[in-house]
Design a protein around this ligand. Structure first.
Ligand code: ADP
Length: 247
């Protein structure tokens, strides 16, 4: 067995909207190399939790610790730079740019890609972009405009863009929504590979998919932690059956 390294801790995180607690004193932690899935009924607070981790929504109280640093009060931009990448349900890629260009513009500025109008792409950068396109199953359409891709391919491209940003924690909101069974299978493989050396948190509804990919599952209900464990453990938890799986 290998030792676990805690990458993210959420401590007593709470947010109220007009007195309504969408997330209510929630604590959890995620390790390096972990693929965590968050499940729960609509309105449970899953999206709001990810919004608070990436700084889009500021908590009323509690904190978010990432790699030992309290990021709760940082701006969204600072949180991205610290290595947290967020993908929303609707893919947001640059439709008029090619797959290659979408990946290229996602490189951190420190790589100097856009420092000059006459910049030349270094062979290392080109290799890296090709390797990423390969990893996200888009090598055969690397010169296509993103607007021409299927919905599933756009989702993959967006994951690739987060990886180019050098995010070490990826927050993915229903990454297989609208995908074909074959694309879902490929996405499962992709997420499992990504989790190696990084941490991934996925919001997902499809329990078969959850079972295939999750190292651990967190179940939310009414903004609180209802249950946590392996997919099989939470599926058998009477509280989870009662509020989520039993309908
Ligand atoms: P989930 O992702 O689990 O479906 P959400 O995090 O989207 O749940 O929402 C949790 C609750 O918080 C819902 O009742 C939702 O209506 C409420 N909520 C989320 N964001 C806001 C907001 N900006 N203002 C008011 N209420 C909100």
């Amino acid at each position: 067995s290998h030792t676990s390294e805690k990458v993210l801790s959420v401590e007593a995180l709470t947010v109220s909207f007009d007195g309504f607690r969408a997330v209510d004193s929630l604590s959890l932690s995620v390790d390096r190399n972990e693929l965590r899935v968050i499940i729960g009924p609509n309105g449970a607070g899953k999206t709001t939790l990810l919004d608070m981790i990436c700084g889009k929504t500021k908590p009323t109280s509690g904190c978010v610790i990432f790699n030992g640093i309290d990021i709760t009060r940082l701006t969204e931009h600072q949180i991205v730079r610290s290595g947290v990448g967020r993908k929303f349900q609707t893919p947001s890629v640059y439709e008029d740019l090619t797959v290659f260009e979408n990946l290229e513009i996602s490189l951190p500025r420190t790589h100097g890609v856009f420092q000059s109008l006459t910049f030349r792409r270094s062979p290392e950068v080109v290799d890296r972009i090709h390797a990423m396109a390969e990893q996200i199953f888009l090598i055969d359409c690397i010169q296509d405009r993103a607007g021409q891709l299927s919905h599933g391919q756009k989702q993959w491209l967006e994951i690739g863009m987060l990886l180019m940003q050098e995010s070490s924690l990826l927050l993915l909101d229903e990454p297989v929504a609208g995908m074909s069974p074959r694309e879902r299978e490929q996405t499962g493989e992709l997420l499992s590979r990504i989790a190696v050396g990084k941490s991934v948190i996925v919001i997902e509804h499809d329990m078969d998919f959850v079972r295939r990919i999750a190292h651990k599952v967190t179940v939310l209900h009414q903004g609180r932690l209802l249950s946590e464990g392996s997919a099989d453990e939470v599926k058998q938890d009477p509280r989870v059956i009662d509020v989520y799986l039993g309908h």
